[in-house]
Design a protein around this ligand. Structure first.
Ligand SMILES: NC(=O)c1ccc[n+]([C@@H]2O[C@H](COP(=O)([O-])OP(=O)(O)OC[C@H]3O[C@@H](n4cnc5c(N)ncnc54)[C@H](O)[C@@H]3O)[C@@H](O)[C@H]2O)c1
Length: 268
């Protein structure tokens, strides 16, 4: 297979954030051109400067993944600017934690709009053009370990991320014939500013302690915290191997085994 990164065009939603930007850095280090798409223009501009200083060609497009028109506008800009898109990472996301019965309709809507519809919009905007350009490529959707195992306090997030996993498993079967690989990224806890960013997105004031990037989401997945760069390394390898699932933490194995055993026991 040809190099999936060198001279290829990678589009990353949520590209101004922790995992998104770490992927941008890793792809750029392998010679990819980068399109960052994010709601946060200030962060995106600062991040793009870092990549440009290292000699990477970068396009920044302010994008709201919850809006179909905004994401098709992104695709339009990317094809206008680079003439192609080869690696599309539907990665923008938020996390709202708390007991399911305390979740408001707005919590549900915002989570589904960003974490689920954002991914669908990205695939709808890019996949038909990628098929048409006949240059292969790869779609990477960011779910979470919360998309593989149900967890208390993360019910809304789990619902959205399980949907992303199911959507991605189906998409992989449908894009195979077009030589477009498909992966779903399912990390456990990664040191990013997702908790603070998600609070801001809901118009909530961010307490100082939460603003620290090291803070894992409250009451969320238990386990070690790893850096976004480590996640990006695993993504690069997962794309090279066209892995369906990209996992990040060794402790995931036991949790997934237990789920598989419960399903195995339930089968008649
Ligand atoms: N950090 C973790 O522990 C963790 C674990 C599992 C999965 N994830 C997933 O990884 C992905 C990236 O999260 P992160 O931890 O890097 O968080 P982050 O907050 O650092 O980055 C998310 C980025 O998405 C952007 N964004 C939010 N809403 C948007 C919208 N409507 N349109 C465009 N951009 C928008 C934000 O501005 C931000 O730059 C998310 O899908 C998240 O659910 C994170």
């Amino acid at each position: 297979m040809s190099d999936p990164f060198r001279g290829r065009v990678a589009v990353i939603t949520g590209g101004a954030g922790g995992i998104g930007f770490a992927m941008a850095e890793a792809f750029a280090a392998r010679g990819a051109k980068i399109a960052l798409a994010d709601l946060d223009e200030t962060a995106m501009d600062a991040r793009s400067k870092v990549l440009r200083e290292r000699g990477t060609e970068v396009l920044c497009v302010r994008t709201d993944v919850t809006k179909r028109a905004s994401v098709s506008g992104l695709a339009e800009r990317v094809f206008q600017h680079f003439g192609a898109a080869h690696l599309v990472c539907n990665n923008a996301g938020i996390a709202i934690a708390g007991p399911l019965l305390q979740m408001t309709p707005d919590d549900w809507r915002l989570t589904m709009d960003i974490d689920f519809w954002g991914v669908v919009h990205g695939v709808e905007a890019f996949a038909p053009r990628m098929i048409e350009q006949k240059q292969g490529g790869h779609v990477l959707n960011t779910a979470s370990m919360a998309g593989l195992v149900g967890m208390s306090w993360l019910g809304v997030y789990c619902a959205a991320k399980f949907a992303v996993v199911g959507f991605t498993e189906s998409l992989r079967r449908e894009l195979e014939a077009h030589e477009i690989g498909v992966s779903v990224l399912c990390p456990m806890i990664v040191a990013t500013a997702i908790t603070a960013n998600s609070m801001r997105m809901r118009g909530l004031e961010v307490p100082k302690a939460v603003a620290e990037p090291e803070q894992p989401p409250a009451g969320a997945l238990r386990g070690g915290v790893i850096g976004a760069e480590e996640v990006a390394r695993r993504v690069v390898r997962g794309i090279e191997r066209n892995d369906l699932y990209i996992l990040t933490h060794p402790e995931q194995r036991e949790l997934l085994r237990r789920r598989a055993a419960r399903l195995d026991e339930a089968a008649p």
